[in-house]
Design a protein around this ligand. Structure first.
Ligand code: KDG
Ligand code: MG
Length: 408
């Protein structure tokens, strides 16, 4: 069996999804997602200029050897652009393997460990009452777990994932369009004074069962994170996400010495070497890597297995930039993983998105159920994608009140 060709498509409703299609001499094709939010053209170019010419003629069934060929053969290893490109190839090869076996992917991993996978929604608000409305909306939709973010009184601008105006609190997606980034002004003291009590008010309003998650988006120093973690303990969070900048694997030691709050990290990691110390030293509780830019199913499965040895559960990244293809890949891993924790799930789910990526996977009451279709179980409509143009975007940048650059 041989790979005969591959094509990359960039486009989608409100998102520049990067979709890879690999064709074979047996008529079976596979799909992969290489969407690197706000830098989408780069993995696309890496694929078309370097990787696809090498793929032609390879046997698509040898997904492990092909992964090693690209990873080891690159010399300049890792990094989100390369790992997103390798990841898309890997997903597509697994898709082909599943179609050849006539089995859904979770069967090839070892079968189902659960029927549905719990997901969490993003609740947000310009202020705390606005956030409370947003949480109530998702609870009513059936979610058992909700991530909560809100505006901080006195903060000069809205901060991470928070709208400027009240009322935009349902299915809110930040607008990242434009090459010049928006500037957010951040005040650590105000945040640390306000947020612990706000989280406690949320716990009191929604009771003991709601799983409450909160994302600090890498903004605290190790000492501040330790103090913050201690102060939010009474709210009994399901997780505290990215309290410190992700590059520093030792940053969580101090937090761990002072608090038992569960910690989640890893949405910006792109290899096992970014998190092996965190996992082996049991400094985290949830690993947030994504198949999209952590080298695909082959590499992420390796991380999941290492995590399982150290009581670390999965909580894969699932921001709206992940296309239904990578979310399906994660859906199959979630169905199988003995150490599954939770899945962030923000696929647009609009009729336009469903038309571009038809599938029978379904969301019900905040739970994700994978279909039994062979492979990934998602298709891609090449005619539909022609409707969309690439729109360049940038993540915001963050400055402290005196102008100093900080972490987004
Ligand atoms: O592209 C960046 C987003 O994916 C990120 O800001 C989202 O922190 C995020 C999350 O938890 O989904
Ligand atoms: Mg996050």
């Amino acid at each position: 069996m041989k790979i005969t060709g591959a094509e990359v498509f960039v486009g989608g409703p409100k998102k520049n999804y990067v979709t890879l299609k690999i064709m074979t001499d047996q008529g079976i094709y596979g799909l992969g997602d290489a969407t690197l939010n706000n830098r989408e053209t780069l993995p696309a170019k890496y694929l078309t200029d370097y990787l696809i010419p090498n793929l032609i003629g390879m046997d698509p069934r040898n997904s492990e050897d092909i992964w090693q060929f690209f990873y080891r053969g690159t010399y300049f290893r890792r990094g989100p652009i390369a790992m997103a490109a390798f990841g898309a190839i890997d997903m597509a090869l697994w898709d082909i393997k599943g179609k050849l076996a006539n089995m859904p992917l979770y069967q090839l991993f070892g079968g189902k460990s659960r029927d549905g996978a719990m997901t969490y929604a993003h609740a947000t608000g310009a202020d705390l009452p606005d956030l409370m409305d947003s949480i109530a909306h998702y609870v009513e939709e059936g979610y058992q777990a909700v991530r909560v973010q809100c505006g901080i009184p006195g903060m000069p601008t809205a901060s991470y994932a928070v709208p400027e105006e009240k009322g935009e609190n349902k299915h809110y997606i930040s607008d990242f369009s434009g090459i010049r980034p928006k500037v957010e002004i951040w005040d650590t003291d105000k945040y640390m004074r306000y947020m612990p009590d706000a989280l406690m008010e949320i716990r009191e309003r929604f009771g003991p069962d709601l799983k409450i998650l909160h994302d600090v988006h890498h903004r605290l120093t190790p000492r501040e994170a330790a103090q913050f973690a201690k102060e939010v303990e009474p709210a009994r969070l399901f997780w505290l996400e990215d309290p410190t900048p992700a590059e520093d694997q030792d940053a969580l030691r101090m937090l761990r010495q002072h608090s038992t709050v569960p910690v989640a990290i890893g949405e910006v990691f792109n290899s096992i070497y970014d998190c092996n110390k965190l996992i082996e030293n049991e400094l985290i509780d949830f690993i947030r890597v994504a198949v999209t830019y952590a080298g695909g199913i082959t590499h992420v499965k390796r991380i999941v297995d290492l995590a399982g040895l150290h009581h670390v559960r999965t909580g894969f990244h699932g921001a709206p930039s992940h296309s239904p293809i990578s979310m399906a890949a994660q859906g199959h891993l979630n169905a199988w993983a003995p150490n599954f924790g939770i899945q962030e799930y923000l696929v647009l789910g609009t009729p336009e998105c469903d038309a571009l990526f038809p599938s029978d996977h379904r969301m019900e009451n905040g739970m994700f159920y994978v279909s039994d279709a062979p492979g990934l179980g998602v298709d891609f409509d090449e005619k539909e994608v022609e409707k969309y143009e690439y729109v360049a975007g940038s993540h915001p940048v963050v400055r402290l009140t005196d102008g100093t650059m900080w972490d987004y």
